[in-house]
Design a protein around this ligand. Sequence first.
Ligand code: ADP
Length: 539
Amino acid sequence: TNHVPSSEPMKLPPRTSIETFTTFIARAGQLCGADNVSIISKSDKLIDGNYMNPCKGHDMHAIYDREYFLASAIICPREVPEVQALMRLCNEFEIPVWPFSIGRNTGVLDVNVEGAFALVEPGVTFFDLHEYLEEHDLRKDVWLDVPDLGGGSIIGNAVERGVGYTPYGDHWMMHCGLEVVLPNGELVRTGMGALPDPTIPAAEGLRPDQQPGNRCWQLFNYGFGPYNDGIFTQSSLGIVVKMGIWLMPNPGGYQAYMITLPRDEDLAAAMDIIRPLRMQMVLQNVPTLRHILLDAAVQGPKSSYTTKSEPLNDADLDEIARKLDLGRWNFYGAVYGPEPIRNVLLSVIKSSFLAIPGSRFFLPEDRHEANSVLRTRANTLQGIPSVDELKWVDWLPNGAHLFFSPITKISGADAEAQYALTKRRCAEAGLDFIGTFVVGMREMHHIVCIVFDRDDASSRGRARALIRTLVADCAARGWGEYRTHLALMDQIAATYDFNDGAQMKLNERIKDALDPKGILAPGKNGIWPKGYDKATWVI
Ligand code: ADP
């Protein structure tokens, strides 16, 4: 055409002309401020950024080309009514929008010591809330739970059902009360938040999103009637703009520890020790059993250990474990409470694990190496965020990662079978097995960290083929994933197909009812709106 505005995007939204897009962008600028709208234009270079300052328009761990998952523009609404207006605008123009949380707002709305909870906005990261607690001298009262890396959004992480490692490690379990913008722009509060409290004087005359919440909004999750919160996780049914999260009352004492297990086969014995201890809450936190290479990769890249490019064998792994004074498997946990309680718990934990021949027990002060994983975990397990564990991604040059994360039963036989399968497939793909078992209350998230070289097309291709194979292999054994990358959403959703895909049919019906034009995150977790020809969109 003869009309080519300077702001032509690298890629237009589906079914959208350049004229429609240009008008939409102008309207979005009027709503949110022109400075808060940026187009990813044809002349831009796609720069990944880094962990603390990631790109917002494409996948910084791209397993396809960087242009494959690409936004046309990035819009940063400043407050809740702008999020609502933007959703109405997207409906008007039928332009799809994908929400993410980390913007520039850092609204810690409330930290309530008596009730031990916080109320946060999407931009609040684990670092932000931690700093808030420190600045206000609140860690003596309440602790936060953090994932391995602290730069993520608390809301973003909880709605994706991410986990951390204190007793409050299941973030979604510990959320309490949501405020959500629906795809049509309506604003709802869930649970007790749906009940206004007219005795709170400030409530009168304020916008709905500014009204103080019910006193029990962050204390009781369920309210009255159907419990809706779950449909806003891993979904495309709303944008969460406020969330309550329970904080852990300062337990009055704390001790992190590590137990090293020398042999590959010790995995099974360890699991059968872990299950009863965890279920009885002798293991109070979300502990992890980590493969040697995860810890080794935190200490240095593959090239610092070996000149090999092929996957390392048992002898190589034993050599690394010896050099690092670690086991083939390394168990990280913590006990919480005053000293007598800690001593009792630790004595049970020690005597249980030390039944495994060659196992050894360490406290953080026993470790003197640089970048000690135990010393980092000693912070993580008391809710102090860090980025130390980012280092394992550098195992390979230009390192990027994909998580393959099947759920497994806490049992020696199950863990062994899943480990054997994933290890074999990694080796076939020419990649090292790097993994960890993250122990929940009744199950484990088995996290296989697929590290690849993002600038090497062959490495990317092998990582893609590996994860697709693993999804299929595991489904054939009844193992399913808890969360995934955009590229795998369709394949994984299709494995959850009990009774002729009944769950997907339900999800699609809800999607079409709440978002008839399919403008919010179409395809998220494999759910395609009715206006999309699923067969042509599925990857
Ligand atoms: P991370 O970078 O840690 O993955 P994001 O902020 O990108 O975190 O969030 C991950 C995913 O969670 C997003 O792709 C989106 O699907 C969903 N998400 C994040 N924030 C929200 C929110 N406020 N409301 C609804 N979904 C969200």
